[in-house]
Design a protein around this ligand. Structure first.
Ligand code: CA
Length: 222
């Protein structure tokens, strides 16, 4: 899952980024309103953690821009204790939730999990399942029928994307955007390498779930 953090207090921004990465999110960080807005409008994020008071463009303006572009990305606003007005305005502008600074990490993570949950899903944050196959976040492994195999971080992130969107063709460009970011110079064949590792690991645990190649387009979990 990919998260954008927009926060101008560098120390807080970096701490948040670190915590989220440790919790296996893919994170981009923007330290001012203009960069934050540009990134937010790409639409590739699963959640945006947005500070209200920002240089360049404030969080509420960014939020208005996001919603004006009809992007439904969940937005968690960070507000200072004194900014009661901002909370009300924020919710009116289309924020999904807000958190008052200072906050504890556990609460931030819980709110992000709540915002990124698929609607109606009975949710177990530690795993994703498809066709008897389980992707376990705590053990970094895929499990089938009692057999399990460990994944590397990139393998885990690709598998998470596939399992969150089963039976859908995910274009290679989309996978690169989500996992490596726009400015990465990852060649497409690197993805092929990771996919081939994943295929070997899936077949080693005896599942009939497969990563199919949609020639010239991308991959799907079937
Ligand atoms: Ca600020």
């Amino acid at each position: 899952m990919k998260i954008l953090v927009v926060e101008d207090e560098a120390q807080l921004a970096d701490a948040l980024t670190e915590i989220l990465k440790r919790n296996k999110y893919i994170v981009d960080t923007a330290y001012n309103g203009i960069d934050g807005c540009d990134s937010a409008l790409t639409g590739v994020y699963d959640c945006i953690v947005l500070d209200v008071m920002l240089p360049g463009m404030n969080g509420l303006e960014i939020l208005r821009n996001i919603r004006a572009e009809k992007l439904s990305t969940p937005v968690l606003l960070l507000t200072a204790r004194s900014e009661v007005e901002d909370k009300i305005n924020g919710l009116d502008c289309g924020a999904d939730d807000y958190l008052t600074k200072p906050f504890v990490t556990g609460e931030l993570l819980a709110r992000i999990r709540a915002l990124t949950r698929r609607k109606g899903e009975i949710f177990d944050e530690s795993k994703l399942t498809f066709n008897g196959l389980e992707l376990n976040k705590n053990s970094n492994s895929v499990i089938y029928n009692g057999n399990d195999v460990k994944l590397s971080l990139k393998e885990y992130q690709i598998m998470e994307l596939l399992m969150a969107n089963p039976r859908q063709i995910l274009p290679k460009e989309r996978i690169i955007e989500k996992i490596w970011g726009f400015e990465s110079d990852v060649e497409y064949n690197n993805i092929e390498v990771y996919i081939s590792f994943l295929r070997k690991k899936l077949s080693s645990i005896g599942t009939d779930t497969q990563i199919r190649t949609a020639r010239g387009i991308g991959y799907s979990l079937e």
